[in-house]
Design a protein around this ligand. Structure first.
Ligand code: TZP
Ligand code: MG
Length: 218
């Protein structure tokens, strides 16, 4: 459930103040006008901190608020069309749930990052594929595809985040266990354990500690 607007904006602000490095606004129930209004308020917050705002699915909303990027799933507008509409300098993210989708994103060479998952079961998104955990056939297999792409000098490097059921307790494990030689995840994407929490500030700070511990150990 989406909290009322002032609570929502406070949570976004607290997460930004406590370590979130990028914000994606994903709205499934707001009308277009409300989505744009919320996006421009969130954009004020992200711009103050100098971090990118990514709009999920809606190129029109992203253009309306001059967001830094768009995220699309496999059934949404193709990344090539998004790129034509938003230009070369904006960020494009694409969700990948398996090796084939990851390979396709690499072959297209349009996306700047991929969201890999679902890692664990989540209540936030009902139509996710089967959770893959951190074993050898899930995110790690997709990272193998990315490694091949990213280690070729002629390719634009594609960044990666894992998503789905990630929280303060399992974030470090996801980052450790999914990493393969020469290709780690760049981060974790989180919804409910910040936005459905009573303490977005503390929750984000704790997450940042866990992520930083893994990254500093590299
Ligand atoms: N895509 C795959 S899982 C997911 C999305 C948008 C939701 C993740 O939410 P949470 O609450 O962090 O599990
Ligand atoms: Mg989508």
């Amino acid at each position: 459930m989406i909290p009322e607007s002032s609570t929502f904006l406070r949570q976004v602000e607290e997460s930004i103040e406590n370590g979130a490095t990028i914000v994606q606004l994903r709205e499934k129930t707001l009308g277009t006008r409300d989505f744009i209004a919320r996006a421009s308020k969130v954009h004020e917050l992200t711009k103050k901190k100098g971090i990118p705002l990514i709009i999920n699915d809606r190129v029109d909303v992203a253009l309306a608020v001059d967001a830094e990027g768009i995220h699309v799933g496999q059934d949404d507008m193709p990344a090539a069309t998004v790129r034509e509409l938003i230009g070369p300098d904006k960020i494009i993210g694409v969700t990948c749930s398996n090796v084939e989708e990851t390979q396709q994103v690499c072959d297209e060479g349009i996306a700047d990052y991929v969201g890999l998952g679902t890692v664990y079961y989540t209540n936030t998104k009902k139509d996710t594929k089967t959770p893959q955990g951190t074993g050898p056939i899930g995110v790690r297999k997709m990272l193998q595809v990315l490694r091949k792409h990213n280690t070729s000098k002629s390719n634009k490097s594609i960044r990666s985040v894992a998503i789905g059921g990630i929280n303060q307790t399992n974030a470090a494990k996801v980052l450790y266990q999914c990493a393969i030689p020469q290709q780690s995840l760049d981060g974790v994407a989180i919804v409910s354990c910040i936005m459905a929490s009573e303490d977005a500030a503390g929750g984000t700070a704790k997450l940042e500690d866990k992520v930083a511990a893994v990254q500093n150990a590299k």
